[in-house]
Write a protein that binds this ligand. Structure first.
Ligand code: PMP
Length: 373
């Protein structure tokens, strides 16, 4: 008898839905006949300014691409330790914070364990839960997109872990500090994903994680440092947990180019902080401009994106109409987001193109009343 791949497939993977990533812009642009240089890409929460000048210079200079990277990530962990004021032994880096999410599941989550999320939220937690045969317990955000604290704490008490981004993707709100304390006492591991914290007023919880609370703080170079394509993220966590993750991880997850770009970015952190500040200013200006159009309602956001409620058309018709103008925004396959799009904050010129396109398409879209009749 030969190997039967269907019969041998792990049961947890038989009905796998998979993660729905965004398509490369050239692919979408070609479909819509838009010249690539005309694209305004506001669908991936990327940094419109790109990597810092020092990171670009480090990547342009010769580096040892023929050598394996340091499996202990010594230089990167030391530099991150200095940035956060925590011991290097509390840090683990990976190929994007996505790798850290996967590592946490592989290390701590058993099949059939419960994992709590608060939807709508970042899709990777449910994706990894499915991959590992864990049960997702969703405690939906309230109508104003704030977390339902009591329900979250109750669900956490019967779960292995709770995954919450602060600020949350796609809604943009942060986790209330009082709720953090209650979740830490729930018995579950609390994972606070701070991918967008550089755009928020809320302080990072990294020091509390390093101090030994049952807490993992996830961070990334993808947004603040503009290195999404190089894939570098990290976790700050209690030292004993970090030691285990360092043993479980792939030895060479952070590649040599990613490591030198991340180190150079940390040397350029003042400039990157300034760019984040410019983006938050642009975010607030854009939110006011969108609201002024009269049919768009942006939710308050502490991140580099806005979740916008549509009083005309729906998520798919607005995304489609904007694509024909070369402006890419994100729509979600989520029952509560059928009339919302997520718009990443770009440059002032990007906002101007977006606003022009929205003005141009407004007439084509049905208002809510018309859509029902
Ligand atoms: N966490 C959240 C909340 C995100 O929105 C994203 C990216 N969309 C990530 C993590 C992934 O970050 P990375 O590029 O570091 O894997």
């Amino acid at each position: 008898m030969r190997f039967d791949h269907d019969a041998s497939l792990r049961p947890a993977l038989r009905a796998l839905r998979g993660y729905e990533p965004i398509a490369p812009p050239e692919v979408v642009a070609m479909r819509y006949g838009v010249p690539p240089e005309r694209i305004v890409k506001l669908d991936g929460n990327e940094n419109p300014y790109g990597p810092s000048p020092r990171a670009l210079a480090a990547l342009a200079a010769p580096y040892a691409a023929h050598r394996y990277p340091d499996p202990d990530q010594r230089r990167l962990r030391e530099a991150l330790a200095a940035r956060h004021g925590v011991p290097a032994e509390c840090i683990v880096a990976g190929a994007g914070s996505d790798e850290l999410i996967d590592l946490l599941f592989r290390t701590y989550v058993l099949p059939r364990d419960r994992v709590v999320i608060a939807s709508p939220t970042f899709g990777m937690y449910a994706f990894d839960a499915e991959l590992h045969g864990a049960e997702v317990v969703d405690v939906p955000l309230r109508d104003d997109w704030t977390p339902d604290g009591d329900a979250l704490v109750a669900a956490a008490a019967a779960a292995r872990a709770v995954f919450i981004p602060s600020p949350n993707n796609p809604t943009g709100g942060t986790l209330p500090p009082a709720l953090v304390g209650r979740l830490l006492d729930s018995g579950a591991l609390l994972v606070v994903d701070e991918a967008y914290i550089e755009f928020a007023h809320a302080p990072s919880l990294a020091e509390r994680a390093a101090a030994g609370e049952p807490l993992v703080v996830l961070r990334t170079f993808s947004k603040w440092a503009g290195l999404a394509g190089l894939r570098v993220g990290y976790g700050v966590l209690p030292a004993p947990m970090a030691r285990v993750l360092m043993q479980v991880k792939q030895p060479y997850g952070v590649n040599v180019a990613a490591e030198i770009a991340a180190l150079a970015s940390l040397e350029d952190s003042a400039l990157l902080d300034e760019r984040a500040c410019v983006l938050t200013g642009e975010r607030d200006r854009l939110a006011a401009q969108l609201a002024a159009l009269g049919w768009l309602q942006p939710a308050p956001s502490e991140a580099n994106f806005l979740l916008v409620r549509l009083d005309r058309g729906d998520a798919l018709s607005v995304r489609e109409a904007l694509r024909r103008h070369g402006v890419f925004v994100r729509a979600f396959d989520h029952p509560r987001l059928r009339r919302h799009v997520r718009i990443s904050v770009g440059t002032t010129a990007d906002s101007a193109r977006l606003l022009d396109a929205l003005t141009a398409i407004a007439g084509e879209l049905a208002t809510e009343g018309e859509a029902r009749s």
